[in-house]
Design a binder for this molecule. Sequence first.
Ligand code: WTA
Length: 633
Amino acid sequence: MKISSFDHYKEVYKQSVEQPEEFWAGVADTFQWRKKWDKVLEWNFKEPRIEWFKGAKLNITENCLDRHLEEHGDKTAIIWEPNDPKDSHRVLTYRQLHDKVCQFANALKNNGAKKGDRICIYMPMVPELAIAVLACARIGAIHSVVFGGFSAQSIADRIQDAACNIVITADGGVRGNKEVPLKSIIDDALVQCKSVERVIVLTHSRTPISMIKGRDVWWEDEIRKVETQGNPDCPAEEMDAEDMLFILYTSGSTGKPKGVVHTCGGYMVYTGFTFDTAFQYQPEEVYFCTADIGWITGHSYIVYGPLSQGATTLMFEGIPTWPAPGRFWEIVEKYKVNIFYTAPTAIRSLMSFGLDVVKDKDLSSLNKLGSVGEPINEEAWHWFNDNIGHNKCPIVDTWWQTETGGFMISPVAGITPLKPSFAGLPLPGVQPILVDEKGEEVVGNDVSGNLCIKFPWPGMLRTTYGDHERCRTTYFATYDNMYFTGDGCLRDEDGYYRITGRVDDVLNVSGHRIGTAEVENAINMHSSVVESAVVGYPHDIKGQGVYAFVVCPNKHSDDELTRKDIIMTVARIIGAIAKPDKIQFVSGLPKTRSGKIMRRILRKVAEGDTGNLGDTSTLLDPAVVEEIKAGAL
Ligand code: WTA
């Protein structure tokens, strides 16, 4: 939605809150439906049951591809920049992307895929990843993309949870000068996954891999088969607005990651609307989001949101620091990028290389910047604004979550006045509320509390796969009749929102969500570990680092070796992204008499703030605190 002034925003916002159904029906009207809805919204947050555009029929890929063909078929849909700048880049027009999606959708069908099947995708950041995602959506199969940094065990857990029957992967991926042996990791995962009948393998890194007869097939062979069949088109499956589009696993404060479920109609409307509104996207603009499609940011704002709006979206396979730390800026210069959307952790990491790698790049094409993943600290905000945006590009600091599907609180580029480190005001249709511990609303301005949302929006999660009760208890049971985000937040005197970070046991490491319980479980798998507790601590680049207190009475005499063994164990169980940064061996954990670990104390020790640990009188063994303080890393 194009917003012409701050007053216009306020007007639209007011209407969206007073008449939400009319508002969202108007937004939904800008999309293409096979059949329009009977009812815009039915909901209760008790069960919860949320249905948007009830009775409507559509296919999201017709909105992302087909509907652009007549007028914009030759417009660039995807620009792909390879890991190695010496390799050639690729460009796919909307027509080419459409044709490739149809081809691969037919290949999926030839391999037995049907509407409703769950398909796991574990791929590098290449155009075929977007093609695979869209091909699943084309035939009504539910994709479950797993980020390339997760271990075989994590993949197996996700495949089993959703009972996937097909896996789409590549021989290997390359990031910087590191190779990721994707297929080999899949082979390890599949030892435990009986549901998988077919693995489709894209040739990419040309690493030697095993190919198992009857199970594994090459992507290229399957495409050739489709070509010989001579039927390039693949009519899109008609989906109900509330049919599942995808599952994406995310960490919470307890247990294993949950499969967040998004549905076809609401997610389409919400991601398209928020992309267009927050970035005020103009048809000729080149848009570059640096996220990986393995995370929600890539789903919503590399693939679905931009494509439904007919945008040109740039996919980058590599990392910001290879072959040199000016890589992002080189890409901006090379493709004359207009909108650049990244994460605070990337900004902080690039800041540390100084301005020399920025100065010689032509960044004049940039007109809008974005940030996502964690609260952006003021220093990083100003560096981004001064040196990348040259004080002429609005920075949209987009607050949202895997569960929200799309942006919730964010400036509208060029419209909302900006305040460094503030996500700002809610987008139209979003109704935030702050509550105190007791669940009482915190009213007025210049206040803080736990951030909740009191009215449904089309992009919200519908359930957690296979376990609706978990969805209810995690998000809808903490406070009555509200969606609880897990974030703390303050609202300043102007009503602007500033997210202060998680209030639960979820860490945000380099913008990645990691549950402390998950890391603890992984550490405890190490044969000599008795018990552990994991907390976050401030980390200059990552935002938060992982600090583990580990009880390990029978460890090697060599502490360093044991630490490495524990780190390897975590990498095996979860993946490299969850490796502890610091491991402190302790003889016991500070526990209350009822056996609860007092994390508050551990957090203070990890933060190096041991001056005042607060009340420790309820501890079973106060002496352990002295030992922990003395051994702090
Ligand atoms: C945090 C990523 C402050 C927040 C899209 C949230 C942010 C969690 C911001 C969701 C932001 C994300 N400002 N905090 N702009 N964006 N967060 O599910 O704690 O990977 O709850 O979704 O990241 O992480 P997730």
